[in-house]
Design a protein around this ligand. Structure first.
Ligand code: GLP
Length: 244
Protein backbone atom coordinates (compact mmCIF):
# COMPACT_ATOMS: atom_id res chain seq x y z
CA UNK A 1 0.00 0.00 0.00
CA UNK A 2 1.60 3.26 -1.10
CA UNK A 3 0.26 6.34 0.65
CA UNK A 4 0.86 10.01 -0.12
CA UNK A 5 2.51 10.59 3.23
CA UNK A 6 3.76 8.67 6.25
CA UNK A 7 1.10 10.44 8.29
CA UNK A 8 -1.75 9.08 6.15
CA UNK A 9 -0.23 5.59 6.22
CA UNK A 10 0.13 5.80 9.99
CA UNK A 11 -3.51 6.86 10.27
CA UNK A 12 -4.51 3.76 8.28
CA UNK A 13 -2.57 1.50 10.67
CA UNK A 14 -4.01 3.31 13.71
CA UNK A 15 -7.58 2.86 12.39
CA UNK A 16 -7.00 -0.88 11.88
CA UNK A 17 -5.57 -1.23 15.39
CA UNK A 18 -8.44 0.79 16.89
CA UNK A 19 -11.01 -1.44 15.12
CA UNK A 20 -9.29 -4.53 16.50
CA UNK A 21 -9.24 -3.09 20.03
CA UNK A 22 -12.92 -2.11 19.87
CA UNK A 23 -14.05 -5.43 18.33
CA UNK A 24 -12.19 -7.36 21.00
CA UNK A 25 -13.55 -5.13 23.78
CA UNK A 26 -17.12 -5.68 22.52
CA UNK A 27 -16.54 -9.44 22.89
CA UNK A 28 -14.91 -9.05 26.31
CA UNK A 29 -11.56 -10.14 24.87
CA UNK A 30 -8.04 -8.74 24.89
CA UNK A 31 -6.28 -7.33 21.83
CA UNK A 32 -2.67 -8.53 21.63
CA UNK A 33 -0.33 -6.14 19.83
CA UNK A 34 3.29 -6.58 18.81
CA UNK A 35 4.95 -3.16 18.89
CA UNK A 36 8.03 -1.64 17.32
CA UNK A 37 10.33 1.27 18.15
CA UNK A 38 12.44 3.60 16.03
CA UNK A 39 11.41 6.74 14.18
CA UNK A 40 9.01 4.86 11.88
CA UNK A 41 6.06 4.15 14.23
CA UNK A 42 6.00 7.47 16.11
CA UNK A 43 3.17 8.95 14.01
CA UNK A 44 1.16 5.77 14.53
CA UNK A 45 1.56 6.15 18.30
CA UNK A 46 0.69 9.87 18.08
CA UNK A 47 -2.53 8.96 16.31
CA UNK A 48 -3.42 6.23 18.84
CA UNK A 49 -2.87 8.73 21.67
CA UNK A 50 -5.09 11.25 19.87
CA UNK A 51 -7.81 8.61 19.45
CA UNK A 52 -7.57 7.81 23.16
CA UNK A 53 -7.86 11.46 24.18
CA UNK A 54 -10.41 12.67 21.65
CA UNK A 55 -12.40 9.58 20.73
CA UNK A 56 -12.33 7.59 23.95
CA UNK A 57 -10.32 4.68 22.54
CA UNK A 58 -9.50 2.64 25.63
CA UNK A 59 -6.40 0.46 26.03
CA UNK A 60 -7.78 -1.35 29.08
CA UNK A 61 -8.14 -4.57 27.10
CA UNK A 62 -4.82 -4.20 25.25
CA UNK A 63 -1.78 -6.41 25.90
CA UNK A 64 1.48 -5.44 24.22
CA UNK A 65 4.74 -7.23 23.43
CA UNK A 66 7.61 -5.14 22.14
CA UNK A 67 9.87 -6.60 19.51
CA UNK A 68 13.20 -5.88 21.08
CA UNK A 69 15.46 -4.11 23.54
CA UNK A 70 19.16 -3.36 23.55
CA UNK A 71 21.31 -5.54 25.80
CA UNK A 72 22.54 -4.54 28.23
CA UNK A 73 20.14 -1.67 28.86
CA UNK A 74 18.65 -0.09 31.97
CA UNK A 75 14.92 0.67 31.56
CA UNK A 76 15.30 4.25 32.81
CA UNK A 77 18.05 5.08 30.31
CA UNK A 78 16.95 7.61 27.68
CA UNK A 79 18.20 5.08 25.10
CA UNK A 80 16.01 2.21 26.26
CA UNK A 81 13.01 1.03 24.30
CA UNK A 82 11.15 0.99 27.62
CA UNK A 83 11.71 4.75 27.81
CA UNK A 84 10.73 5.17 24.16
CA UNK A 85 7.45 3.29 24.52
CA UNK A 86 6.43 5.20 27.63
CA UNK A 87 7.28 8.52 26.02
CA UNK A 88 5.39 7.88 22.79
CA UNK A 89 2.49 5.72 23.91
CA UNK A 90 2.12 4.09 27.30
CA UNK A 91 2.27 7.24 29.46
CA UNK A 92 -0.57 8.80 27.46
CA UNK A 93 -3.14 5.98 27.36
CA UNK A 94 -4.96 3.82 29.91
CA UNK A 95 -3.02 0.60 29.33
CA UNK A 96 -2.48 -1.48 32.47
CA UNK A 97 1.17 -1.73 33.52
CA UNK A 98 0.89 -5.53 33.87
CA UNK A 99 -0.17 -5.80 30.22
CA UNK A 100 3.06 -4.21 28.92
CA UNK A 101 5.88 -6.59 27.92
CA UNK A 102 9.30 -5.45 26.72
CA UNK A 103 12.44 -7.63 26.63
CA UNK A 104 14.49 -7.05 29.79
CA UNK A 105 17.88 -5.51 29.09
CA UNK A 106 18.99 -5.83 32.73
CA UNK A 107 19.11 -9.62 32.96
CA UNK A 108 22.27 -11.56 33.82
CA UNK A 109 23.51 -13.48 30.80
CA UNK A 110 22.57 -16.85 32.31
CA UNK A 111 18.95 -15.72 32.79
CA UNK A 112 18.38 -14.51 29.23
CA UNK A 113 17.49 -17.89 27.73
CA UNK A 114 14.75 -18.56 30.31
CA UNK A 115 13.38 -15.05 29.92
CA UNK A 116 13.14 -15.49 26.15
CA UNK A 117 11.35 -18.83 26.49
CA UNK A 118 8.83 -17.27 28.86
CA UNK A 119 8.30 -14.31 26.49
CA UNK A 120 7.29 -16.79 23.78
CA UNK A 121 5.06 -18.72 26.18
CA UNK A 122 3.26 -15.57 27.29
CA UNK A 123 2.48 -14.62 23.68
CA UNK A 124 1.26 -18.15 22.91
CA UNK A 125 -0.86 -18.31 26.08
CA UNK A 126 -2.80 -15.26 24.87
CA UNK A 127 -3.48 -16.94 21.52
CA UNK A 128 -0.67 -15.13 19.66
CA UNK A 129 -0.28 -11.60 18.35
CA UNK A 130 -3.34 -10.15 16.62
CA UNK A 131 -1.38 -7.39 14.88
CA UNK A 132 2.40 -6.99 14.66
CA UNK A 133 3.87 -3.59 13.77
CA UNK A 134 7.29 -3.62 12.12
CA UNK A 135 9.82 -1.14 10.86
CA UNK A 136 12.76 -2.25 8.76
CA UNK A 137 16.46 -1.65 9.24
CA UNK A 138 18.86 -1.04 6.35
CA UNK A 139 20.26 -4.57 6.83
CA UNK A 140 16.76 -5.92 6.19
CA UNK A 141 16.24 -6.67 9.86
CA UNK A 142 12.79 -6.84 11.40
CA UNK A 143 12.93 -6.40 15.15
CA UNK A 144 16.65 -6.99 15.56
CA UNK A 145 16.70 -10.14 13.43
CA UNK A 146 19.89 -9.40 11.59
CA UNK A 147 21.14 -11.16 8.42
CA UNK A 148 21.59 -14.85 9.18
CA UNK A 149 18.41 -15.11 11.26
CA UNK A 150 16.38 -18.19 10.36
CA UNK A 151 12.68 -18.19 9.53
CA UNK A 152 11.98 -20.25 12.65
CA UNK A 153 14.07 -18.14 15.03
CA UNK A 154 12.54 -17.37 18.41
CA UNK A 155 13.08 -14.65 21.01
CA UNK A 156 16.80 -14.58 21.78
CA UNK A 157 19.96 -12.59 22.39
CA UNK A 158 21.63 -11.51 19.15
CA UNK A 159 24.69 -9.54 18.05
CA UNK A 160 23.84 -6.36 16.16
CA UNK A 161 25.10 -5.88 12.62
CA UNK A 162 27.78 -3.20 12.18
CA UNK A 163 25.46 -1.21 9.86
CA UNK A 164 22.73 -1.24 12.53
CA UNK A 165 25.24 -0.04 15.12
CA UNK A 166 26.27 2.75 12.77
CA UNK A 167 22.64 3.75 12.13
CA UNK A 168 22.02 3.94 15.89
CA UNK A 169 25.20 5.94 16.60
CA UNK A 170 23.74 9.45 16.44
CA UNK A 171 21.00 8.56 18.93
CA UNK A 172 23.67 7.27 21.32
CA UNK A 173 25.97 10.26 20.82
CA UNK A 174 28.70 8.15 19.23
CA UNK A 175 29.15 4.67 17.79
CA UNK A 176 31.19 3.57 20.81
CA UNK A 177 28.13 3.99 23.05
CA UNK A 178 25.80 1.72 21.06
CA UNK A 179 25.21 -1.66 22.77
CA UNK A 180 26.60 -4.53 20.68
CA UNK A 181 23.73 -6.85 21.47
CA UNK A 182 19.97 -6.92 21.79
CA UNK A 183 17.16 -9.25 22.80
CA UNK A 184 14.70 -9.63 19.95
CA UNK A 185 11.61 -11.60 19.13
CA UNK A 186 12.51 -14.09 16.40
CA UNK A 187 11.36 -14.16 12.80
CA UNK A 188 9.30 -17.22 13.79
CA UNK A 189 7.67 -15.26 16.61
CA UNK A 190 6.75 -12.48 14.19
CA UNK A 191 5.52 -14.90 11.50
CA UNK A 192 2.97 -16.35 13.94
CA UNK A 193 1.12 -13.02 14.15
CA UNK A 194 -2.35 -13.00 12.55
CA UNK A 195 -1.64 -9.78 10.71
CA UNK A 196 1.54 -7.80 10.07
CA UNK A 197 2.06 -4.17 9.08
CA UNK A 198 5.58 -3.31 7.97
CA UNK A 199 5.97 0.45 7.76
CA UNK A 200 8.79 2.29 5.97
CA UNK A 201 9.19 5.94 5.04
CA UNK A 202 11.68 7.98 3.08
CA UNK A 203 14.22 7.37 0.35
CA UNK A 204 16.73 5.86 2.75
CA UNK A 205 14.51 2.76 2.96
CA UNK A 206 13.73 2.45 -0.78
CA UNK A 207 16.48 -0.08 -1.61
CA UNK A 208 15.81 -2.43 1.28
CA UNK A 209 12.04 -2.18 0.76
CA UNK A 210 12.51 -3.26 -2.87
CA UNK A 211 14.62 -6.24 -1.80
CA UNK A 212 12.20 -7.21 0.97
CA UNK A 213 9.20 -7.24 -1.36
CA UNK A 214 10.66 -8.30 -4.70
CA UNK A 215 13.90 -10.06 -3.82
CA UNK A 216 14.53 -13.77 -3.35
CA UNK A 217 13.64 -15.09 0.07
CA UNK A 218 16.87 -15.35 2.04
CA UNK A 219 18.06 -15.31 5.63
CA UNK A 220 20.57 -12.68 4.45
CA UNK A 221 17.60 -10.27 4.31
CA UNK A 222 15.27 -11.48 7.07
CA UNK A 223 12.43 -9.15 5.97
CA UNK A 224 12.11 -11.29 2.81
CA UNK A 225 10.62 -14.06 5.00
CA UNK A 226 7.52 -11.89 5.28
CA UNK A 227 6.73 -12.84 1.66
CA UNK A 228 5.65 -16.18 3.12
CA UNK A 229 3.16 -14.63 5.54
CA UNK A 230 -0.49 -14.76 4.48
CA UNK A 231 -1.60 -11.47 5.90
CA UNK A 232 1.20 -8.91 5.68
CA UNK A 233 0.90 -5.36 4.38
CA UNK A 234 3.78 -3.04 3.58
CA UNK A 235 2.71 0.53 4.33
CA UNK A 236 4.93 2.84 2.29
CA UNK A 237 5.19 6.44 1.22
CA UNK A 238 6.19 7.64 -2.25
CA UNK A 239 9.88 7.82 -1.40
CA UNK A 240 10.23 4.38 0.21
CA UNK A 241 8.36 2.74 -2.69
CA UNK A 242 10.45 4.47 -5.37
CA UNK A 243 12.54 1.38 -6.27
CA UNK A 244 9.62 -1.02 -6.67
C1 GLP B 1 15.84 -0.49 15.10
C2 GLP B 1 14.67 -1.32 15.65
C3 GLP B 1 13.82 -1.84 14.53
C4 GLP B 1 13.46 -0.70 13.60
C5 GLP B 1 14.72 -0.14 12.98
C6 GLP B 1 14.45 1.00 12.01
O1 GLP B 1 16.84 -1.29 14.63
N1 GLP B 1 15.08 -2.39 16.47
O2 GLP B 1 12.67 -2.46 15.06
O3 GLP B 1 12.60 -1.15 12.61
O4 GLP B 1 15.52 0.35 14.03
O5 GLP B 1 14.47 2.23 12.69
P1 GLP B 1 13.80 3.53 12.15
O6 GLP B 1 12.32 3.31 12.27
O7 GLP B 1 14.26 4.61 13.08
O8 GLP B 1 14.24 3.71 10.75
Amino acid sequence: NVFDTAKIASKYAADEIASLIRDKAAKGEQAVLGLATGSTPTQLYDELVRMHKEEGLSFENVVTFNLDEYYPMEPDSIHSYVHFMHEYLFDHVDIKEENIHIPDGTLDREDVYDFCQKYEEKIDALGGLDIQILGIGRTGHVGFNEPGSSINSKTRLIALDSLTILDAASGFFGVENVPRRAITMGVGTIMKADRIFLMAWGEGKAKIVQKAIEGDITSQIPATFLQKHENVEFLLDDASSAEL
